[in-house]
Design a protein around this ligand. Structure first.
Ligand code: HEM
Length: 397
Protein backbone atom coordinates (compact mmCIF):
# COMPACT_ATOMS: atom_id res chain seq x y z
CA UNK A 1 0.00 0.00 0.00
CA UNK A 2 1.40 3.37 -1.02
CA UNK A 3 0.39 6.42 1.02
CA UNK A 4 0.45 9.03 -1.75
CA UNK A 5 -1.69 11.94 -2.95
CA UNK A 6 -4.59 9.75 -4.11
CA UNK A 7 -4.57 7.85 -0.84
CA UNK A 8 -4.61 11.02 1.23
CA UNK A 9 -7.58 12.54 -0.59
CA UNK A 10 -9.60 9.46 0.33
CA UNK A 11 -7.87 8.24 3.47
CA UNK A 12 -10.84 7.53 5.79
CA UNK A 13 -12.34 5.06 3.29
CA UNK A 14 -8.97 3.53 2.43
CA UNK A 15 -8.01 3.05 6.07
CA UNK A 16 -11.44 1.48 6.68
CA UNK A 17 -10.70 -1.16 4.02
CA UNK A 18 -7.27 -1.82 5.56
CA UNK A 19 -8.77 -2.23 9.04
CA UNK A 20 -10.98 -5.03 7.73
CA UNK A 21 -7.81 -6.91 6.77
CA UNK A 22 -5.92 -6.38 10.03
CA UNK A 23 -4.49 -3.79 12.43
CA UNK A 24 -1.01 -3.43 10.81
CA UNK A 25 0.17 -3.35 7.19
CA UNK A 26 3.35 -2.84 5.16
CA UNK A 27 3.33 0.66 3.69
CA UNK A 28 5.29 2.99 1.47
CA UNK A 29 5.31 6.60 2.58
CA UNK A 30 6.31 9.74 0.69
CA UNK A 31 9.91 9.88 -0.56
CA UNK A 32 9.59 6.14 -1.11
CA UNK A 33 10.26 5.34 2.53
CA UNK A 34 9.08 1.82 3.34
CA UNK A 35 7.74 0.69 6.67
CA UNK A 36 4.62 -0.32 8.53
CA UNK A 37 1.39 1.47 9.28
CA UNK A 38 -0.75 0.63 12.29
CA UNK A 39 -4.47 1.20 11.64
CA UNK A 40 -6.20 -0.46 14.62
CA UNK A 41 -6.91 1.44 17.86
CA UNK A 42 -5.55 -1.07 20.41
CA UNK A 43 -2.40 -1.76 18.43
CA UNK A 44 -1.92 2.00 17.87
CA UNK A 45 -1.79 2.54 21.63
CA UNK A 46 0.61 -0.35 21.98
CA UNK A 47 2.90 1.00 19.23
CA UNK A 48 2.92 4.54 20.66
CA UNK A 49 4.02 3.27 24.09
CA UNK A 50 6.35 0.50 22.87
CA UNK A 51 9.72 0.90 24.63
CA UNK A 52 11.64 -0.24 21.53
CA UNK A 53 9.90 1.92 18.92
CA UNK A 54 12.00 5.06 19.08
CA UNK A 55 12.58 8.33 17.25
CA UNK A 56 16.26 7.45 16.83
CA UNK A 57 16.67 6.57 13.12
CA UNK A 58 20.20 5.18 13.44
CA UNK A 59 19.16 1.51 13.15
CA UNK A 60 17.10 2.38 10.08
CA UNK A 61 20.02 4.15 8.43
CA UNK A 62 22.16 1.03 8.81
CA UNK A 63 19.49 -1.34 7.57
CA UNK A 64 18.63 0.80 4.57
CA UNK A 65 22.23 1.35 3.61
CA UNK A 66 22.90 -2.39 3.89
CA UNK A 67 19.96 -3.04 1.56
CA UNK A 68 21.31 -0.53 -0.94
CA UNK A 69 18.89 2.30 -0.16
CA UNK A 70 19.87 5.88 0.37
CA UNK A 71 18.18 7.13 3.50
CA UNK A 72 16.05 10.19 2.78
CA UNK A 73 14.88 10.90 6.24
CA UNK A 74 12.16 13.55 5.88
CA UNK A 75 13.56 15.42 8.82
CA UNK A 76 12.13 18.91 9.11
CA UNK A 77 15.49 20.15 10.38
CA UNK A 78 14.33 21.67 13.63
CA UNK A 79 17.48 21.12 15.61
CA UNK A 80 17.38 20.02 19.24
CA UNK A 81 13.81 19.55 20.41
CA UNK A 82 11.53 16.98 22.01
CA UNK A 83 9.62 15.64 19.00
CA UNK A 84 12.64 13.86 17.57
CA UNK A 85 14.17 12.89 20.93
CA UNK A 86 13.94 9.73 23.04
CA UNK A 87 14.37 9.44 26.81
CA UNK A 88 16.34 10.60 28.69
CA UNK A 89 16.79 13.72 26.44
CA UNK A 90 13.08 13.79 25.69
CA UNK A 91 12.16 13.71 29.39
CA UNK A 92 14.45 16.64 30.10
CA UNK A 93 13.42 18.79 27.10
CA UNK A 94 9.74 18.17 27.64
CA UNK A 95 9.91 18.88 31.39
CA UNK A 96 11.64 22.21 30.79
CA UNK A 97 9.26 23.23 27.99
CA UNK A 98 6.22 22.25 30.09
CA UNK A 99 7.44 24.42 32.95
CA UNK A 100 7.20 27.43 30.61
CA UNK A 101 4.18 26.41 28.49
CA UNK A 102 1.81 26.11 31.43
CA UNK A 103 -1.97 25.55 31.36
CA UNK A 104 -2.37 29.07 32.79
CA UNK A 105 -0.53 30.55 29.81
CA UNK A 106 -3.00 28.77 27.52
CA UNK A 107 -6.16 29.80 29.42
CA UNK A 108 -5.00 33.39 29.47
CA UNK A 109 -5.01 33.38 25.67
CA UNK A 110 -8.81 32.92 25.47
CA UNK A 111 -9.84 36.62 25.17
CA UNK A 112 -7.04 37.23 22.65
CA UNK A 113 -8.11 34.25 20.51
CA UNK A 114 -11.68 35.54 20.49
CA UNK A 115 -10.50 39.00 19.47
CA UNK A 116 -8.39 37.56 16.64
CA UNK A 117 -11.35 35.47 15.39
CA UNK A 118 -13.62 38.54 15.38
CA UNK A 119 -11.08 40.76 13.64
CA UNK A 120 -10.58 38.21 10.84
CA UNK A 121 -14.35 38.08 10.28
CA UNK A 122 -14.57 41.89 10.45
CA UNK A 123 -12.00 42.01 7.64
CA UNK A 124 -14.17 39.87 5.31
CA UNK A 125 -16.51 41.54 2.81
CA UNK A 126 -20.07 41.23 4.25
CA UNK A 127 -20.98 38.48 1.79
CA UNK A 128 -19.69 36.66 -1.27
CA UNK A 129 -17.16 33.93 -1.88
CA UNK A 130 -13.74 33.47 -0.34
CA UNK A 131 -11.18 30.87 0.61
CA UNK A 132 -11.77 30.22 4.30
CA UNK A 133 -8.27 28.73 4.73
CA UNK A 134 -6.67 31.98 3.61
CA UNK A 135 -9.13 34.33 5.31
CA UNK A 136 -9.58 32.60 8.66
CA UNK A 137 -8.20 29.10 9.30
CA UNK A 138 -4.54 29.94 8.55
CA UNK A 139 -4.12 33.46 9.99
CA UNK A 140 -5.88 32.59 13.26
CA UNK A 141 -3.42 29.99 14.66
CA UNK A 142 -0.39 31.90 13.31
CA UNK A 143 -1.49 35.09 15.08
CA UNK A 144 -2.26 33.16 18.27
CA UNK A 145 1.15 31.47 18.40
CA UNK A 146 2.89 34.76 17.54
CA UNK A 147 1.10 36.41 20.48
CA UNK A 148 1.81 33.51 22.81
CA UNK A 149 5.54 33.45 22.03
CA UNK A 150 5.78 37.25 22.19
CA UNK A 151 6.71 37.94 18.57
CA UNK A 152 6.60 41.72 18.00
CA UNK A 153 3.88 42.97 15.72
CA UNK A 154 6.24 44.18 12.99
CA UNK A 155 7.27 40.54 12.33
CA UNK A 156 3.74 39.10 12.19
CA UNK A 157 3.34 39.30 8.43
CA UNK A 158 6.55 37.38 7.67
CA UNK A 159 5.95 35.05 10.58
CA UNK A 160 2.53 33.99 9.26
CA UNK A 161 3.94 33.30 5.81
CA UNK A 162 6.89 31.26 7.09
CA UNK A 163 4.73 29.33 9.58
CA UNK A 164 2.48 28.36 6.67
CA UNK A 165 5.40 27.01 4.64
CA UNK A 166 7.32 25.34 7.45
CA UNK A 167 5.49 22.01 7.44
CA UNK A 168 5.01 21.70 3.68
CA UNK A 169 7.93 19.31 3.32
CA UNK A 170 7.36 18.96 -0.41
CA UNK A 171 7.26 22.69 -1.15
CA UNK A 172 10.33 24.52 -2.51
CA UNK A 173 9.93 27.23 0.16
CA UNK A 174 10.05 24.75 3.03
CA UNK A 175 13.77 24.89 3.90
CA UNK A 176 14.01 28.65 3.42
CA UNK A 177 10.96 29.21 5.63
CA UNK A 178 12.44 27.08 8.41
CA UNK A 179 15.76 28.91 8.16
CA UNK A 180 14.01 32.29 8.28
CA UNK A 181 11.92 31.27 11.30
CA UNK A 182 15.03 29.93 12.99
CA UNK A 183 16.88 33.22 12.46
CA UNK A 184 13.93 35.29 13.69
CA UNK A 185 13.48 33.17 16.82
CA UNK A 186 17.23 33.23 17.59
CA UNK A 187 17.18 37.03 17.37
CA UNK A 188 14.11 37.25 19.58
CA UNK A 189 15.57 34.86 22.16
CA UNK A 190 18.56 37.21 22.47
CA UNK A 191 16.14 40.16 22.87
CA UNK A 192 14.08 38.41 25.54
CA UNK A 193 17.24 37.53 27.42
CA UNK A 194 18.07 41.26 27.64
CA UNK A 195 14.49 42.44 28.21
CA UNK A 196 12.27 39.62 29.51
CA UNK A 197 8.53 40.08 29.03
CA UNK A 198 5.44 38.18 30.04
CA UNK A 199 5.47 35.77 27.10
CA UNK A 200 6.34 32.16 26.36
CA UNK A 201 9.74 32.89 24.77
CA UNK A 202 10.86 34.82 27.87
CA UNK A 203 9.55 31.99 30.05
CA UNK A 204 11.53 29.44 28.01
CA UNK A 205 14.67 31.57 28.42
CA UNK A 206 14.14 31.80 32.16
CA UNK A 207 13.07 28.25 32.90
CA UNK A 208 15.41 26.40 35.20
CA UNK A 209 15.00 23.10 36.88
CA UNK A 210 16.88 21.66 39.89
CA UNK A 211 17.38 18.39 38.10
CA UNK A 212 17.51 19.39 34.45
CA UNK A 213 19.40 22.66 34.48
CA UNK A 214 18.19 24.86 31.65
CA UNK A 215 17.72 24.84 27.89
CA UNK A 216 20.85 25.52 25.85
CA UNK A 217 20.68 28.22 23.19
CA UNK A 218 20.19 25.61 20.45
CA UNK A 219 17.51 23.80 22.45
CA UNK A 220 15.71 27.08 23.15
CA UNK A 221 15.45 28.03 19.50
CA UNK A 222 14.68 24.41 18.52
CA UNK A 223 11.87 24.23 21.08
CA UNK A 224 10.35 27.55 20.01
CA UNK A 225 10.54 26.51 16.36
CA UNK A 226 8.96 23.19 17.27
CA UNK A 227 6.02 24.97 18.88
CA UNK A 228 5.45 26.97 15.69
CA UNK A 229 5.81 24.01 13.34
CA UNK A 230 3.82 21.55 15.48
CA UNK A 231 1.13 24.05 16.36
CA UNK A 232 0.38 25.81 13.09
CA UNK A 233 -0.61 23.52 10.17
CA UNK A 234 -2.16 21.09 12.65
CA UNK A 235 -4.58 23.73 13.91
CA UNK A 236 -5.20 25.28 10.47
CA UNK A 237 -6.34 21.90 9.20
CA UNK A 238 -8.30 20.93 12.27
CA UNK A 239 -10.38 24.05 11.60
CA UNK A 240 -10.61 23.18 7.88
CA UNK A 241 -11.60 19.55 8.46
CA UNK A 242 -14.15 20.60 11.09
CA UNK A 243 -15.79 23.26 8.89
CA UNK A 244 -15.83 20.86 5.93
CA UNK A 245 -17.45 18.17 8.10
CA UNK A 246 -20.15 20.68 9.10
CA UNK A 247 -20.70 21.78 5.50
CA UNK A 248 -21.19 18.16 4.51
CA UNK A 249 -23.52 17.46 7.47
CA UNK A 250 -25.95 20.41 7.56
CA UNK A 251 -28.01 18.81 10.35
CA UNK A 252 -24.96 18.77 12.62
CA UNK A 253 -24.19 22.37 11.66
CA UNK A 254 -27.73 23.43 12.60
CA UNK A 255 -27.48 21.62 15.90
CA UNK A 256 -24.24 23.42 16.79
CA UNK A 257 -25.66 26.79 15.76
CA UNK A 258 -28.65 26.20 18.02
CA UNK A 259 -26.56 24.84 20.91
CA UNK A 260 -23.12 26.52 20.90
CA UNK A 261 -22.47 25.10 24.38
CA UNK A 262 -21.91 21.74 22.64
CA UNK A 263 -18.74 23.09 20.98
CA UNK A 264 -16.04 21.69 23.33
CA UNK A 265 -17.48 18.16 22.89
CA UNK A 266 -17.92 18.77 19.16
CA UNK A 267 -14.21 19.65 18.88
CA UNK A 268 -13.37 16.22 20.34
CA UNK A 269 -15.67 14.71 17.73
CA UNK A 270 -13.95 16.66 14.91
CA UNK A 271 -10.58 15.44 16.23
CA UNK A 272 -11.91 11.89 16.16
CA UNK A 273 -13.83 12.03 12.88
CA UNK A 274 -11.20 13.69 10.67
CA UNK A 275 -8.07 14.74 12.55
CA UNK A 276 -5.50 16.99 10.95
CA UNK A 277 -2.54 14.81 11.88
CA UNK A 278 -3.31 11.78 9.80
CA UNK A 279 -0.45 9.71 11.07
CA UNK A 280 2.09 9.91 13.86
CA UNK A 281 5.67 10.91 13.24
CA UNK A 282 7.86 7.92 12.43
CA UNK A 283 9.26 5.50 14.94
CA UNK A 284 12.08 3.03 14.25
CA UNK A 285 12.45 -0.44 15.75
CA UNK A 286 15.50 -0.43 18.02
CA UNK A 287 15.59 -4.26 17.90
CA UNK A 288 13.66 -7.11 16.23
CA UNK A 289 10.19 -7.10 17.74
CA UNK A 290 6.60 -8.22 17.26
CA UNK A 291 3.63 -5.94 16.81
CA UNK A 292 0.18 -7.48 16.41
CA UNK A 293 1.77 -10.86 15.57
CA UNK A 294 3.80 -9.27 12.78
CA UNK A 295 7.59 -9.57 12.93
CA UNK A 296 9.15 -6.11 12.73
CA UNK A 297 12.89 -6.32 12.03
CA UNK A 298 15.28 -3.90 13.74
CA UNK A 299 15.46 -0.59 11.85
CA UNK A 300 11.92 -0.80 10.39
CA UNK A 301 9.94 2.39 10.24
CA UNK A 302 6.56 2.27 11.99
CA UNK A 303 3.87 4.96 11.85
CA UNK A 304 0.44 5.05 13.44
CA UNK A 305 -2.62 6.10 11.44
CA UNK A 306 -4.18 8.33 14.12
CA UNK A 307 -7.33 9.11 12.11
CA UNK A 308 -7.91 5.43 11.48
CA UNK A 309 -7.56 4.71 15.22
CA UNK A 310 -10.35 7.22 15.95
CA UNK A 311 -12.68 5.33 13.59
CA UNK A 312 -11.74 2.03 15.22
CA UNK A 313 -11.92 3.04 18.90
CA UNK A 314 -14.94 1.73 20.79
CA UNK A 315 -16.99 4.84 21.58
CA UNK A 316 -18.49 5.59 24.99
CA UNK A 317 -22.24 5.23 24.54
CA UNK A 318 -21.62 2.74 21.74
CA UNK A 319 -22.39 4.98 18.71
CA UNK A 320 -21.26 4.19 15.15
CA UNK A 321 -17.67 5.52 14.78
CA UNK A 322 -18.22 6.31 11.07
CA UNK A 323 -20.97 8.78 11.89
CA UNK A 324 -20.24 12.44 12.73
CA UNK A 325 -22.12 13.12 15.97
CA UNK A 326 -21.36 16.43 17.69
CA UNK A 327 -23.35 15.28 20.73
CA UNK A 328 -21.23 12.15 21.21
CA UNK A 329 -20.26 11.96 24.88
CA UNK A 330 -16.45 11.89 25.31
CA UNK A 331 -15.39 10.98 21.75
CA UNK A 332 -12.43 8.58 22.01
CA UNK A 333 -9.53 9.23 19.64
CA UNK A 334 -5.74 9.40 19.29
CA UNK A 335 -5.64 12.71 17.39
CA UNK A 336 -3.06 14.13 19.81
CA UNK A 337 -1.04 10.91 19.93
CA UNK A 338 -0.48 8.84 23.02
CA UNK A 339 2.33 8.12 25.49
CA UNK A 340 5.36 10.30 26.14
CA UNK A 341 5.01 12.34 22.91
CA UNK A 342 1.34 13.18 23.56
CA UNK A 343 0.76 16.65 22.10
CA UNK A 344 2.10 19.35 24.40
CA UNK A 345 -0.18 21.92 22.77
CA UNK A 346 -3.43 19.94 23.07
CA UNK A 347 -5.05 22.38 25.55
CA UNK A 348 -4.22 25.32 23.26
CA UNK A 349 -5.44 23.49 20.15
CA UNK A 350 -8.74 22.62 21.87
CA UNK A 351 -9.21 26.19 23.10
CA UNK A 352 -8.41 27.70 19.69
CA UNK A 353 -10.74 25.34 17.85
CA UNK A 354 -13.60 25.85 20.31
CA UNK A 355 -13.40 29.64 20.19
CA UNK A 356 -12.72 29.85 16.43
CA UNK A 357 -15.59 27.56 15.40
CA UNK A 358 -18.04 29.07 17.89
CA UNK A 359 -17.24 32.59 16.66
CA UNK A 360 -17.45 31.54 13.02
CA UNK A 361 -20.92 30.01 13.43
CA UNK A 362 -22.15 32.90 15.58
CA UNK A 363 -21.01 35.60 13.15
CA UNK A 364 -21.67 33.85 9.83
CA UNK A 365 -25.28 32.65 9.65
CA UNK A 366 -24.93 31.47 6.05
CA UNK A 367 -22.03 29.26 5.08
CA UNK A 368 -21.90 26.83 2.16
CA UNK A 369 -19.28 25.15 0.01
CA UNK A 370 -18.79 27.22 -3.16
CA UNK A 371 -17.47 24.27 -5.19
CA UNK A 372 -18.43 20.57 -5.40
CA UNK A 373 -16.86 18.67 -2.48
CA UNK A 374 -15.12 16.23 -4.81
CA UNK A 375 -13.21 19.05 -6.53
CA UNK A 376 -11.43 20.10 -3.30
CA UNK A 377 -7.67 19.60 -3.43
CA UNK A 378 -6.02 17.88 -0.48
CA UNK A 379 -2.52 18.36 0.92
CA UNK A 380 -0.53 15.64 -0.80
CA UNK A 381 2.51 15.05 1.38
CA UNK A 382 3.62 14.86 4.98
CA UNK A 383 1.65 13.84 8.01
CA UNK A 384 -1.03 16.53 7.88
CA UNK A 385 -4.46 15.95 6.35
CA UNK A 386 -6.54 18.85 5.11
CA UNK A 387 -7.68 20.81 2.08
CA UNK A 388 -5.35 23.28 0.36
CA UNK A 389 -8.20 25.76 0.06
CA UNK A 390 -11.82 25.85 1.20
CA UNK A 391 -13.91 28.04 -1.13
CA UNK A 392 -17.13 29.05 0.64
CA UNK A 393 -20.15 31.22 -0.12
CA UNK A 394 -21.10 33.12 3.00
CA UNK A 395 -22.89 36.04 4.58
CA UNK A 396 -21.71 37.76 7.75
CA UNK A 397 -24.66 38.44 10.10
C1 HEM B 1 3.01 16.41 19.43
C2 HEM B 1 -1.25 16.65 17.15
C3 HEM B 1 -1.53 21.41 18.00
C4 HEM B 1 2.82 21.22 20.11
C5 HEM B 1 1.87 16.08 18.77
C6 HEM B 1 1.52 14.74 18.34
C7 HEM B 1 0.33 14.82 17.70
C8 HEM B 1 -0.08 16.19 17.71
C9 HEM B 1 -0.42 13.67 17.05
C10 HEM B 1 2.33 13.48 18.61
C11 HEM B 1 3.15 13.09 17.42
C12 HEM B 1 3.73 11.71 17.56
O1 HEM B 1 3.71 11.09 18.64
O2 HEM B 1 4.25 11.22 16.55
C13 HEM B 1 -1.68 17.96 17.18
C14 HEM B 1 -2.95 18.42 16.63
C15 HEM B 1 -3.01 19.76 16.88
C16 HEM B 1 -1.80 20.13 17.59
C17 HEM B 1 -3.97 17.53 15.91
C18 HEM B 1 -4.07 20.76 16.53
C19 HEM B 1 -5.26 20.48 16.18
C20 HEM B 1 -0.40 21.76 18.71
C21 HEM B 1 -0.11 23.10 19.21
C22 HEM B 1 1.12 23.04 19.78
C23 HEM B 1 1.61 21.67 19.66
C24 HEM B 1 -1.07 24.28 19.10
C25 HEM B 1 1.92 24.12 20.45
C26 HEM B 1 1.78 25.37 20.34
C27 HEM B 1 3.24 19.91 20.09
C28 HEM B 1 4.53 19.47 20.60
C29 HEM B 1 4.59 18.09 20.39
C30 HEM B 1 3.33 17.71 19.77
C31 HEM B 1 5.59 20.34 21.25
C32 HEM B 1 5.75 17.16 20.73
C33 HEM B 1 5.57 16.54 22.06
C34 HEM B 1 6.66 15.56 22.39
O3 HEM B 1 7.41 15.11 21.51
O4 HEM B 1 6.78 15.24 23.60
N1 HEM B 1 0.86 16.95 18.38
N2 HEM B 1 -1.02 19.01 17.73
N3 HEM B 1 0.67 20.93 19.00
N4 HEM B 1 2.54 18.82 19.61
FE1 HEM B 1 0.72 18.91 18.78
Amino acid sequence: MVIDHAFKADSPARFARLRELGPIHPAEFHLGLKGWVVVGYDLAREALTHPDLLKDATPAAEALAAAGYVLHRPSVGLGAQMMEADPPEHTRLRRLASAAFTPRRTTEMAPRIEQIAHSLIDAMPPSGELDLVEAFNAPLPATVIAGLLGIPHRHHHDFRRWAGQALQVASPEHRAALAALHALLAELVADKRRRPQDDLLSALVAVRDEEDGRLSEEELVGTALMLVVAGHETTVNLLGNAVLALLRHPGQQELLRARPELMPGAVEEFLRYDPSVERSTSRYAARDLELGNVAIPRGSMVAVALGSAGRDAPQPGGGDPDVLDVTRPGARHLAFGHGIHYCLGAPLARLEATIALRTLLARIPELQLAVPADSLRWIGSGIVRGVLSLPVRYRVG
